[in-house]
Design a protein around this ligand. Structure first.
Ligand code: PAF
Length: 274
């Protein structure tokens, strides 16, 4: 397993290697990331994982500085897997000068996460495009927990004719249902016990819908209310059409529920396909 900081070194190493399957991460790897890497290993003989905390996708008041950076542990976690190269560039390598060219995104990027974290998806899309240009993979693997991110990357690749196949991987959950996330470690013991309620609420909503209730507005309202009563602050909890991420209509049958809510100072997100 090679670890690269430099773009030219990585490119020299990748010359003649195809197909390449790529897993972009911000490090602090957990079993959810490792599932993406294992999926990449099943798809391709050459797997590249990037580890880079991308400042473009953090708002000024967000946790960029305290975001956990654990490169040594990440390399250890990856070493038993089929990973050929890790790309872990310094900030100065990817941003030798301020990143002035940024992608303009469609309106869906201003909804849900984008409404609460303006500019987040522009930062994500821009770094993903840079990483795709550097690594030139044939496939890239993304988790369904960040459902809107997956949707936006898919649309970017489609509309910009980027020759990368986007592969979606199921969310990995703890035994109580909490979606694995690097931010879970911000939770104290009490909050960690409570945290699985986000998933449980999505599950209840899903069951209501499956049993035929299509009053989405009312269902969403009740679900958010029940979390608020338990001490959560809900940013959104809503049902959408999978293929467009527009709010669900009664006749839609490809649905996904997306949720983001705060437990104390920690913001958790999750999603559930119906
Ligand atoms: O999902 C993430 O960890 C990040 O948004 C990504 C895709 C690595 C881009 O920085």
């Amino acid at each position: 397993m090679n670890i690269f900081n430099d773009i030219d070194d990585l490119r020299n190493n990748l010359r003649g290697k195809a197909p390449v399957a790529f897993v972009p991460t911000m490090g602090n790897l957990h079993a959810g990331h490792l599932a993406l890497v294992k999926q990449a290993g099943r798809l391709s003989d050459y797997v590249v994982v990037s580890i880079f905390v991308n400042r473009l996708q953090f708002l000024p008041h967000e946790d960029f500085d305290r975001y956990p950076r654990t490169l040594d542990d990440d390399c250890k976690a990856l070493s038993p897997l089929d990973v050929n190269s890790i790309f872990a560039p310094d900030d100065k390598i990817l941003f030798p000068t301020p990143q002035e060219f940024l992608l303009a995104l469609p309106p869906v990027a201003d909804t849900l996460e984008g409404k609460f974290r303006p500019g987040f998806f522009r930062g994500v899309a821009t770094i993903i495009l840079k990483l795709f240009n550097i690594i030139q993979p044939q496939q890239a693997i993304f988790g369904k927990k960040d459902y809107q991110q997956l949707h936006i990357v898919r649309e970017m690749v489609r509309q910009l004719n980027i020759p990368v196949e986007i592969i979606a991987c199921e969310t990995v959950r703890a035994s109580d249902g909490l979606a694995l996330s690097s931010r879970n470690q911000y939770l104290d013991q009490e909050q960690r016990k409570e945290a699985c309620q986000l998933y449980r609420t999505l599950l209840q909503l899903k069951n209501e819908i499956i049993s035929g209730n299509k009053e989405f507005e009312t269902l969403q309202h009740h679900a958010a209310h029940s979390l608020c009563q338990r001490g959560w602050t809900v940013d959104y909890l809503s049902v959408h059409k999978r293929s467009t991420l527009l709010p669900a209509q009664e006749h839609d049958d490809d649905l996904v529920i997306l949720g983001a809510a705060w437990l104390g100072k920690t913001r958790l997100i999750d999603s559930l396909e119906i």
